[in-house]
Design a protein around this ligand. Structure first.
Ligand SMILES: Cc1cc2nc3c(=O)[nH]c(=O)nc-3n(C[C@H](O)[C@H](O)[C@H](O)COP(=O)(O)OP(=O)(O)OC[C@H]3O[C@@H](n4cnc5c(N)ncnc54)[C@H](O)[C@@H]3O)c2cc1C
Length: 489
């Protein structure tokens, strides 16, 4: 007879602490097998790239080392989820599947619907648990703030692995399993490594030291890399739960000299779920706009401009530095992310979706529920916020005045005085000769005149604000997504 088991189906919850699914599985009488599938369909989605799966693999390696102590096998491999469960069913009788709800893209939503039918047909019970403070099936935001606070202040659910069933000792891995047992693509040293233990190192150094400078550094492309928490990939792939981070933040909230930084940090944790909740309530924004009215804007179809943006060769130094840095490291602070998409969608006036997918594939912390709503908001295509068109030169003057970040990532501009590195087009041909910086010859002329492109975009988007569909959609968005007593950020 096949052994009876519970399965913990892992998705974006790759940890063992504050984990409701492991906790519930441990309270059942059956031994546990943990499963993660590297789904080929998902892996080939345009918003994903190898860097995501490398991070996931590292997280699984860490989790596997932890689970080994309790003889809980973690099975992973490249294959669709149905195949994974089919293989498990050859070796075991699955009684119950435990997982967290996934606030993912259309592909994962469809897969979950298929799995619901699959489990029903096979007589398997499927128990799902809430993902952070995001509430399934909510129709409006009237009570959401209250529910967020309730959840964040509730006790952490640390599974007690001492409770593993005695039969766990007898559980062996199935004989037949996915051909490739692991996804392995070497990680660049410049990117954060996945795993619970790594996540806690970042968390501890933030609350012990780095976090004091959080508010001062948040807008600076270079300084933010050490003064921001850098917890986003660990939250996105679930090496940490948001509640764990929140509980830690509360412990440090009142430290002398830290109050402002901690207040600002805690408000970001609130935004985290606020955005994901929007997406949960309107997940179609992965591929269409919140405000359908703006779909008719006459966007450019300029592939050359898109490629220059992607490759960091627009000739606008801060834009190129950000894109090259992101391509290499997988991280940018909030302001520079907003500036990159504003440049794409305003100055180049390109359609938002292509830019959104490209950035998602580069962000190590790609979180659909934050990403797509933020992109649309920063591109000025929601309609209910103030339109903000970033001027990359002004951003550089304000936040990288010594051109430290620019020159780090754009070697063609190294050695130039900071003001020239920020606006190289201001050099006359005569000055270019006098300066004698031959490497500058390799840096392109600016792709646009920033004043002209900003004005054109502003006029087009403002005129559309009068469009009847835009007005109608605005009213709907305000009712559905706005928190009582506040405007969305
Ligand atoms: C166009 C655009 C796309 C973005 N896409 C993503 C994404 O895919 N994944 C992602 O995690 N964040 C995204 N953000 C939000 C934000 O830029 C990052 O969360 C933040 O820069 C991550 O760095 P950190 O962990 O050091 O953040 P910290 O400033 O230390 O903040 C702590 C945590 O709070 C949350 N947070 C911070 N800022 C925001 C915000 N503005 N909105 C919602 N949550 C926030 C994140 O989970 C973050 O890890 C995006 C922002 C923009 C403008």
């Amino acid at each position: 007879m096949k052994p009876e088991i519970s399965v913990v189906w892992l998705k974006r919850d790759l940890r063992w602490r504050d984990h409701a699914a492991f906790d519930a599985a441990l309270k059942h009488p059956y031994p546990i097998v943990a499963l993660y599938c590297f789904e080929p369909e998902l892996m080939s989605a345009p918003m994903h790239s190898d860097r995501h799966w490398t991070f996931v693999q590292e997280s699984l390696n860490d989790l596997e080392r932890f689970l080994e102590q309790w003889n809980v096998p973690l099975l992973s491999g490249i294959g669709e989820v149905e195949e994974g469960f089919d293989l498990l069913r050859e070796a075991y009788t699955i009684k119950t599947v435990f997982s967290h709800e996934e606030i993912g893209i259309g592909l994962t939503f469809e897969r979950d619907k298929r799995m619901l039918t699959y489990f029903k047909e096979k007589g398997i019970t499927w128990k799902e648990f809430q993902h952070n403070a995001v509430i399934r099936g909510l129709k409006n935001r009237y009570r959401w703030n209250e529910l967020w606070h309730e959840y964040m202040h509730s006790a952490l659910i640390h599974p007690d692995f001492n409770q593993v069933s005695k039969a766990q000792q007898g559980i062996t891995k199935p004989e037949r399993w996915f051909k490739e047992t692991a996804f392995s693509s070497p990680r660049k040293k410049s990117r954060q490594a996945g795993g619970v233990r790594k996540a806690w190192k970042y968390l501890e150094s933030f609350f012990e030291l780095r976090g004091k400078g959080y508010s001062g550094g948040i807008s600076k492309p270079e300084r933010s890399r050490s003064t921001c928490s850098r917890l986003s990939p660990y939250l996105a792939w679930g090496n940490l739960s948001l509640r764990e981070v929140y509980h830690e933040a509360l412990k440090h909230k009142a430290k002398p000299g830290w109050q402002r930084s901690m207040q600002n940090f805690i408000s970001r944790l609130h935004w985290h779920c606020h955005f994901i909740q929007k997406f949960e309530m309107e997940c179609s924004v992965e591929s269409s706009l919140f405000n359908r009215g703006y779909e008719q804007l006459p966007f450019n179809e300029n592939q050359v401009a898109f490629e220059r943006w992607k490759n960091g060769t627009t000739g606008i130094p801060l834009v190129d530095a950000c894109m090259r840095c992101l391509t290499e490291t997988g991280y940018l602070n909030f302001r520079m992310r907003a500036m990159l998409i504003s440049f794409h969608s305003h100055h180049l006036f390109l359609r938002w979706k292509q830019g959104a997918d490209h950035l998602a594939s580069l962000f190590l912390d790609f979180e659909p529920g934050i990403h797509f709503p933020q992109i649309q908001m920063q591109a000025g295509l929601v309609g209910v916020h103030t339109l903000r068109i970033y001027n990359p030169t002004k951003q550089a003057q304000d936040h990288d005045p010594q051109a430290e970040f620019i020159q780090k990532w754009v070697p063609e501009l190294r050695g130039l005085p900071a003001d020239i590195a920020i606006e190289p087009w201001k050099l006359s041909p005569m000055e270019r000769m006098m300066f004698d910086y031959p490497q500058l010859e390799h840096y392109p002329e600016p792709i646009v005149n920033l004043d002209h492109s900003a004005k054109k975009a502003r006029d087009l988007i403002w005129n559309f604000r009068q469009d009847p569909t835009v007005i109608r959609e605005n009213a709907r968005i305000l009712v559905t997504h706005t928190l009582p007593g506040s405007r969305n950020r």
